[in-house]
Design a protein around this ligand. Structure first.
Ligand code: NAP
Length: 264
């Protein structure tokens, strides 16, 4: 399997991992569609790409507005004639205890991370089925495989993505549409700065784990070859990735470790 030379659509392309993925795909000469809410930031990322007038388009959207997403898909397809890979990367995190978090905040996390992502994917699928090829990529998290304090709704939204996209992979096999779930560990982005507190305010702090983590550029460099191999699930990060394997084989031990671990 090869990375599409044609059209890759990235959500959450205005910063962090999505921005770094845009530059990495741009180096390979891919046609790109960049989406998120902040148009000025998307235009800045576009400007940072080579040959951007011809190969990069900006398509603003809000993942929390599922009703507008089918229309956005029509627009996206009209930009270059097809979408060959959709990278569902846009998302928000959480820093609050489960017991304190308002239902509104929990719903907001689910709207963006889960419902927005599947609504966009559902709207893209018919065109991929018709062209008999496509690759749907989902940027989940280690939190899609386990849970720690202060991230209950975030972890729930990422776990939900694994359930939905694991089923989709089975259903789409016959249509030559691949599904890849990517689980980053810590990556140095503004994910914790933008995370929601109990009442839905911005947390506004970069955690130490993020400050010391790998850069989004390194993450993107590591991810592309793995996507090209058509892997179904990918883990990229530091020592924290070990937790996925400890959870799989010794879940009780992981629970004991996490109870005592310093988790911010
Ligand atoms: N950094 C990490 O350590 C880490 C670890 C595991 C998983 N992840 C995942 O990686 C993905 C990217 O996050 P990041 O680390 O790059 O953080 P980030 O810099 O905060 O990027 C988040 C992106 O999501 C977009 N976004 C947020 N809400 C949106 C909405 N309602 N509609 C459309 N776009 C929206 C933001 O753009 P706008 O504000 O312009 O809308 C931004 O481009 C997320 O799914 C996150 O869960 C990150």
């Amino acid at each position: 399997m090869e990375l599409p030379k044609k059209v890759v659509w990235i959500t959450g392309a205005s910063s962090g991992i999505g921005e770094a993925l845009a530059y990495e795909f741009n180096k390979k000469g891919t046609h790109l569609i960049l989406s998120s809410r902040r148009v000025e930031e998307l235009l800045r990322v576009k400007e940072g790409c080579h040959n951007h007038e011809e190969t990069v388009k900006v398509l603003p959207l809000d993942l929390s507005d599922a009703d507008e997403l089918p229309g956005k898909v029509e627009e996206a397809i009209s930009l270059f004639g097809s979408v060959d890979m959709l990278i569902n990367n846009g998302g928000i995190s959480q820093r609050a205890y489960a017991a304190d978090s308002s239902m509104e905040t929990i719903r907001q996390l689910m709207e963006v991370n889960f419902f927005g992502t599947i609504a966009l994917t559902k709207a893209v699928l018919p065109s991929m089925i018709e062209q008999k090829s496509g690759h749907i990529v989902v940027i989940s998290s280690v939190m899609g495989k386990l849970g720690t304090r202060h991230r209950s709704a975030y972890a729930a939204s990422k776990h939900a993505l694994h359930g939905w996209f694991d089923c989709l992979r089975q259903e789409m096999y016959q249509n030559n549409i691949h599904v890849t779930l990517v689980c980053p560990g810590f990556v140095k982005t503004n994910i914790t700065v933008n995370a929601l507190t109990a009442q839905g305010q911005k947390y506004s702090k970069m955690e130490d784990a993020q400050k010391k983590a790998m850069s989004p550029e390194e993450f993107a460099r590591k991810l592309l070859p793995k996507l090209a191999k058509g892997k179904e699930e990918i883990y990229i990060g530091g020592y924290e990735i070990m937790a996925v394997y400890v959870k799989r084989f010794f879940p009780g031990i992981l629970n004991k470790i996490l109870r005592r671990a310093k988790v911010t």
